[in-house]
Design a protein around this ligand. Structure first.
Ligand SMILES: Cc1cc2nc3c(=O)[nH]c(=O)nc-3n(C[C@H](O)[C@H](O)[C@H](O)COP(=O)(O)O)c2cc1C
Length: 211
């Protein structure tokens, strides 16, 4: 089947992206508003991707609300230039589900059934129950997409990492355990567990020619 994307609707694009680019790690992103009066914001994102190894940069794509305004996550990050990417284990699937569409004034950590933990380098708290929390400072944001499908591509510099139960530590030189995080598949489908295969003869995955 050949598919031209020339007339893709927003929904068709979403279905393609979420069904073919799989699995994607599910991360809770925590932020705080500039004025600091509101409680910390917590929302799940599955578009998190590695960008650069040195300095460690990661990105995620934050879409807009139906009225075209920015979601709280992007608005907070653009205002404060800080956020935490908390990678989630499979056991938190249901907690993630209830954390979507949080109300502005709600305690989104309590609503999701998780605990805020003071970060080391940034203001937004980490999620204590997550496998790994990456404290980030905004490196760059790029606005992309059609007028009715605006997206903020947020690139963050990871300034501090808290590893809890990942099977990896910075001393792991060889064969780290595969990440056991929650994976997002097509719309409403998730990867919980699954088989990992160790295949060292393929070489190390790298995004720099001279790595
Ligand atoms: C598993 C999962 C992954 C999601 N990934 C994204 C994403 O990558 N980008 C996005 O804009 N919204 C994503 N969403 C939707 C946001 O979580 C949702 O719009 C949320 O209400 C935004 O909250 P905020 O307004 O507090 O930022 C995802 C939702 C779920 C359940």
């Amino acid at each position: 089947m050949e598919i031209s994307t020339a007339n893709f609707t927003r929904d068709a694009g979403r279905e393609f992206m979420t069904s073919v680019l799989v699995p994607r790690p599910v991360a809770w992103i925590s932020t705080v508003a500039r004025e600091g009066r509101r409680r910390p914001n917590l929302a799940p994102f599955s578009s998190v991707a590695p960008v650069c190894n040195k300095p460690p940069l990661l990105s995620f794509a934050c879409g807009r609300k139906l009225d075209g305004s920015r979601k709280d996550t992007a608005r907070n990050i653009l205002e404060t230039r800080e956020f935490v990417v908390n990678f989630v284990g499979s056991e938190l699937l249901h907690n993630v589900a209830v954390s979507v569409n949080g109300l502005d004034l709600a305690d989104e950590f309590a609503r999701a059934g998780v605990s805020p933990e003071q970060s080391k380098e940034v203001n937004p708290p980490r999620v204590f129950e997550s496998l790994c929390s990456c404290e980030c400072r905004l490196e760059q944001s790029i606005e992309v997409g059609a007028a009715d499908c605006r997206v903020d591509l947020i690139i963050g510099r990871v300034v501090h990492i808290c590893v809890r139960n990942l099977g990896w530590n910075s001393q792991s030189e060889t064969s780290p355990q595969p990440f056991r995080g929650l994976g997002a598949l097509g719309v409403d489908w998730y990867l919980v567990g699954g088989e990992a295969t160790f295949q060292p003869e393929l070489g190390t995955e790298t995004n720099n020619d001279n790595d």
